[in-house]
Design a protein around this ligand. Structure first.
Ligand SMILES: CC(C)(COP(=O)(O)OP(=O)(O)OC[C@H]1O[C@@H](n2cnc3c(N)ncnc32)[C@H](O)[C@@H]1OP(=O)(O)O)[C@@H](O)C(=O)NCCC(=O)NCCS
Length: 336
């Protein structure tokens, strides 16, 4: 029987980082009125002091392209060399085509395969895992991974459970081939039985039926069972993080930076208690000044940590994303 020939296996590494920070600063005081809340309550329960929202005219494609161009410049690679563009988002306002095809076109990535993934707040490490596999298999040399959200458009200002958390922004990694592993194995999973723990509702089909039968048009927005998500993240993600560290052949003592999804500062605190990192580990706390940007939060938080001097090129970072789905993913990466 004839064998199929495959491309030689190899490793991947992150070689570029870029971000787009949304331009509109929204302090807690601007949010609290319609939800009968307070600056103090939001700070105490989440750590958030302000969030960044994009202006009306700025789309997720604009933000993604800005972050991607910076990642390409950082790596010194031109867009025509990209083999794949992956966008992780839950806020692209078209059912099809994907945001990634628009991003690839705007970048001038004419030879790249381009597609979106939907893994919500786990989306960035999901996409990094995919990129690692695509490069390792020899399918593409350079893969652009972008997490981007404009959650201000999908959040109800009167929902007490979500109005104060979500925000906008984009972050990108460029990954390329490497002689030594720069991305550890991805530990991922999902608990679809908890579909309604975080969900954008109504669905388009329910909305169509509702309107057809004379009901009101209700713009779909995020709904969240906050306590359920909190308990799940705190009880399950420590094990996921430990598996990602072990799968990379490391121990918590080898990690220099912890970059969790910026869901809530109290979730980060609880994870830290379980992870038992040495005191020298720096911890990303970008949620305080940026809010929760779902798929964009990990690269944005890594960028902040590096700007503050908490992490540097060559350090090992543990990334973990978790949220709607309830999907989760974690891996160790060497910081570009
Ligand atoms: C959303 C979250 C901050 C809510 O905090 P909580 O402590 O669970 O809040 P609860 O719903 O239990 O309500 C506690 C109290 O605060 C009040 N409250 C609820 N929402 C409020 C708001 N926005 N402002 C002021 N008070 C509020 C409630 O009425 C309740 O008051 P009571 O004790 O007098 O009855 C918290 O559940 C959370 O962080 N969950 C995880 C969310 C997350 O990370 N999501 C992102 C995943 S990607």
């Amino acid at each position: 029987m004839k064998q199929i020939s495959a491309r030689p296996r190899r490793y991947s590494e992150v070689i570029g980082l870029g971000v787009h920070r949304a331009s509109r600063v929204v302090p807690n005081d601007e949010i609290v009125g319609p939800i009968d809340s307070s600056d103090e309550w939001i700070r105490e329960r989440t750590g958030i002091v302000q969030r960044l929202w994009a202006p009306d005219e700025v789309t997720i494609v604009d933000m993604a392209v800005d972050a991607a161009e910076q990642a390409l410049t950082h790596a010194g690679i031109t867009a025509d060399r990209l083999g794949t563009v992956i966008v992780s988002t839950i806020s692209h306002p078209y059912q099809t085509p994907s945001a990634a095809v628009l991003v690839a076109d705007r970048l001038g990535a004419r030879e790249a395969g381009a597609f979106d993934i939907s893994a919500a707040c786990a989306g960035f490490p999901y996409a990094v895992g995919l990129a690692d596999g695509i490069i390792s298999s020899g399918e593409s040399d350079y893969v652009l991974v972008i997490g981007v959200e404009k959650l201000s458009e999908w959040t109800s200002p009167t929902d007490r459970g979500t109005a104060f958390i979500f925000a906008d922004g984009a972050g990108a990694f460029l990954l390329g081939p490497a002689d030594a592993p720069g991305v550890g194995p991805t530990i991922w999973g999902a608990e679809g039985a908890e579909f309604d723990a975080i969900v954008v509702e109504p669905s388009w089909t329910d909305l169509r039926k509702q309107v057809a039968s004379g009901g009101e048009f209700v713009w779909p927005t995020l709904h969240m069972q906050g306590q359920k998500v909190f308990r799940w993240a705190v009880s399950e993600m420590v094990t996921v993080c430990h598996h990602a560290i072990e799968a990379a052949g490391l121990t918590p003592d080898d990690i220099q930076a912890f970059v969790p999804h910026q869901a809530n500062n109290r979730i980060t605190d609880a994870l830290l208690r379980g992870l038992k990192f040495p005191d020298t580990v720096s911890v990303a706390r970008d949620i305080i000044m940026t809010g929760n940007t779902s798929a964009a939060s990990i690269p944005l938080a890594l960028d902040s940590l590096m700007r503050e001097g908490g992490a540097k090129s060559g350090d090992l970072a543990l990334m973990v994303g978790f949220g709607a789905g309830l999907a989760y993913a974690a891996q160790v990466v060497r910081i570009p």
